[in-house]
Design a protein around this ligand. Structure first.
Ligand code: FE2
Length: 270
């Protein structure tokens, strides 16, 4: 395992680790995603996932995706073929697909989790993110702990660039150091509804956002409280990425998180 600048992670709330994953593993993930898409029959339900419209949350298809491999479309992408219209695939690729399982559990990920302080890491959620040419939508500023909360907060994102990601095709943006602020919101289940609850109205600090440009194979580690976003893809180049979220089993996983897996117990890296 390479040296990891933990001081920088504590200071900034993110790490950018170049060449963390081999080009052949990136190939395998992209090829496998293309196979899954080719086999996918959208049928009558072209479930839209939009970061701006929480209406999807009422959709059973979304809720059940926590323990399944489900497909979500870009909003308004009705004219494109499926392979160019998807926003993402989620959220249990790492447990249900053998290729995603194998690569998500590579020793370098387990070692990195250990270095970051995880004692009992659990692989909670995986997403294949398309950010399609021209139509890939923006993702607004948010903290991942809003969506996946443990007490204390342990959620951490491993975001792997499967294409070169830059300002033009919607790379990640972050507010360095802002992970030391409070969790602002929780997206949680209340009765049969999913609601976004404001916990703390403190605005994002007035820090200049940084663009986390990442060549293919680069892993970006995101602290669960770090405000981050990504711009729309206005370029003609796709910006595929694979995101894996882990939590520590020592923390309490809250029963009102949207993602519940009654039929598929969480596993670690082994
Ligand atoms: Fe995020």
């Amino acid at each position: 395992m390479r040296a990891v600048d933990l001081d920088a992670y504590v200071r900034d709330g993110f790490l950018v680790l170049e060449d963390f994953v081999s080009q052949s593993d990136c190939d395998s993930l992209q090829t496998r995603a293309a196979e899954l898409v080719a086999r996918f029959d959208p049928g009558p339900v072209r479930t839209v996932f939009s970061a701006r419209d929480q209406g999807h949350a009422r959709d059973r298809y979304f809720r059940e995706s926590g323990q399944a491999i489900h497909f979500f479309f870009e909003e308004g992408a009705t004219d494109q073929p499926v392979s160019l219209a998807l926003n993402k695939i989620g959220h249990a690729l790492h447990d249900l697909d053998p290729v995603f399982d194998r690569i998500s559990r590579r020793p370098q990920f387990a070692a990195l989790a250990r270095i970051l302080g995880f004692e009992e890491p659990l692989l909670l959620q995986s997403m294949y993110l398309f950010k399609q040419p021209r139509i890939g939508a923006e993702v607004g500023w948010h903290q991942d702990a809003t969506y996946l909360h443990t007490q204390p907060s342990t959620v951490t994102g491993f975001w792997l660039a499967l294409d070169d990601a830059d300002r033009d095709n919607g790379c990640l943006m972050a507010l360095p150091g802002a992970h030391r602020g409070p969790l602002r919101q929780r997206f949680r289940q209340v009765g049969n509804e999913m609601v976004t609850e404001v916990l703390d109205p403190t605005p994002w600090p007035g820090i200049e956002p940084v663009a986390l440009e990442a060549r293919r194979g680069t892993l970006v580690v995101l602290h669960g409280l770090l405000p981050h976003a990504s711009a729309p893809n206005r370029s003609s180049r796709q910006r595929h990425a694979y995101a894996l979220h882990i939590v520590d089993a020592r923390a309490d996983y809250l029963p009102d998180n949207w993602l519940q897996r009654p039929g598929l117990p969480l596993r670690g890296f082994t």
